[in-house]
Each structure stands twice: as C-alpha cells, then as structure tokens.
Design a protein around this ligand. Sequence first.
Ligand SMILES: *[C@@H]1O[C@H](CO)[C@@H](O)[C@H](O)[C@H]1NC(C)=O
Ligand SMILES: *[C@@H]1O[C@H](CO)[C@@H](O)[C@H](O)[C@H]1NC(C)=O
Ligand SMILES: *[C@@H]1O[C@H](CO)[C@@H](O)[C@H](O)[C@H]1NC(C)=O
Length: 276
Amino acid sequence: MKLIVFLVVLPWVAVFARNFSQDFDLTWGSDRVRILNNGELLTLSLDKDSGSAFQSKNEYLFGKISVQLKLVPDYSAGTVTSYYLASQGSTWDEIDFEFLGNLSGDPYTVHTNVITEGKGDREQQFRLWFDPTADFHTYSILWNPHVIIFYVDGTPIREFKNLDSTKVPFPESRAMRIHSSIWNADDWATKGGLIKTDWSKAPFTASFRNISAQACIWASGSGAYPCSSNSWQAKQLDAPSLERLMWVQKHYMIYNYCIDLKRFPQGLPLECAATT
Ligand SMILES: *[C@@H]1O[C@H](CO)[C@@H](O)[C@H](O)[C@H]1NC(C)=O
Ligand SMILES: *[C@@H]1O[C@H](CO)[C@@H](O)[C@H](O)[C@H]1NC(C)=O
Ligand SMILES: *[C@@H]1O[C@H](CO)[C@@H](O)[C@H](O)[C@H]1NC(C)=O
C-alpha cells in the first residue's frame, strides 16, 4: 500500500530551526554576539565592559519554543544567562528561564518566573540533574491558552495554569519575542551577591544552537491567533508527565514562592492554592 503524505503549509505556524542569522537580531553587546557555523551556532559573551543579547525578529502569541544551551563553564559566579519570552510596555508579560552561575564545581541554579501585567514575584528555583556546562541541553517553554510549562530535556519542571484570569492574570493577549542574554548580576546572583564576578576569567561565554519556535506569529494589528491547530496548543500535562514534574519538584526544587509564608505574610498568591 502506498502511503501518501500531505505536506500542509500552515500560514501562521512557524517552525524554524537552526539558523540564527535569519530569524534573530543582535540587540546588545555588538561583537560579543557571534553567529557561527553558517547560522547554526550562536555564542553570547560577557566581559567587564558589557554583556550581550539577541531577540527574535518575530513576535508570537502562544507556541512552543525550544533551544539547546550550553552554559558558561568553570567559574561563572556572578553571571546570569537568560532565555525568556517577553512582551513590551509597562504591563508586560514575561516567561523566564535564568541560569545563575557559581564557583567552579558548584551547581548552577535554574531560576524561573512568570510575570503577568508587569507583576512577577513567582519564582521557583531548581538544581539540574546534570552538568549544564558539559554539553548542550534542551530548555523549552510551552505557552498556550491553558497553561505554561517549563521543560528541561523534555521533562516538565514547572507549570503555571490559566485558572481564572479575572483573578490571576494569565499571558494571553500580548505577543512576545524570544530573548536571550548574558549579563553581570554579581550584586545578587550567587549566594545572594556574596560571590563576585572574577573579571580575570572573562570573557564568559554561553552557546546556543537549534532554536525552534512552533508558534503563532503575531502579525502586528491583525491578530494572528487562533492559528492552525498543533500538538502544543491543547497540551496539558497528562498523568505520567505530572508524575515526572512531581519527581523534579521533590528532588530538585530549591525554592518555591508558593510555600514562602515569610515573604507573603498577608497570604500566599491566589494561584498557589491550585499549584501542583
Ligand atoms: C542561514 O542564513 C544565512 C543568512 O540568510 C545564510 O547565509 C546561511 O547560508 C544560512 N545557513 C543555513 C545552514 O542554511
Ligand atoms: C552555588 O553553590 C552553593 C554551594 O553548593 C549553593 O549553596 C548555591 O545555591 C549555588 N548557587 C548560587 C546561585 O548561589
Ligand atoms: C532540534 O530541536 C527540535 C525541537 O526541539 C528537536 O525536535 C530536534 O531533535 C533537535 N535537533 C537536534 C539535532 O538536536
């Protein structure tokens, strides 16, 4: 029997991968952003004078964004490498992965946050179950109308649900760009700011490859959503995924704002009641 495969080109779903020259702009740090291997590899560096950053040309409203990232090796204390989605304006939305560096041999902290309408304070922090400087690993953000899920190598580490957006705002109307940067944050990043960046070890370099966005491109003004259906659009965590999430949270979560009663003496944020 002959199998016929129809290749449907969906108008609003972009799946791009592996070419940093075409789909991204350098936004900060001039030659500290380097695109190598014909657009397949991008490196960001930090030195005493400046950090560096890039962002996607397109804006998206919902999608699954992934990148393979290899973090600054050895002494990375004081440095922060970030990978996030963000909209613009004073009531912006943002979904963050930040990687807080450390002394040689000490573990990185993965710091996550969800900011809605300009308000964050929703940090969860994790250790990783591997050395993120030894090789590339995949970090993904899935963002659809129901949920935001953070993944590391396909394992969900955090979810933020759309509960009742009249009570807890959920990012669902502002298109976001993909951003990435490296900068000096030695006033807070490592052991609360006690350990400083060692400039004699600069430049500090993180590498990115295989960035992909299965996402609805926002055509300014026209409102591209809803875009064609796709596996990530209806996605919520199924029972096995939820089990893996719980496993990560049990063994690798080192900070959770949802149990930080000291920080929220007036009561925990509303969404915490429904958090897994
Ligand atoms: C990536 O894009 C650039 C600029 O458009 C092009 O010169 C290069 O050949 C592309 N690389 C690959 C691997 O397709
Ligand atoms: C750095 O390593 C120390 C010692 O293991 C740890 O307590 C700390 O959380 C690590 N990360 C940061 C960002 O300080
Ligand atoms: C590139 O990323 C995509 C999406 O995350 C993934 O399916 C694919 O396996 C990756 N390719 C390589 C060579 O790692």
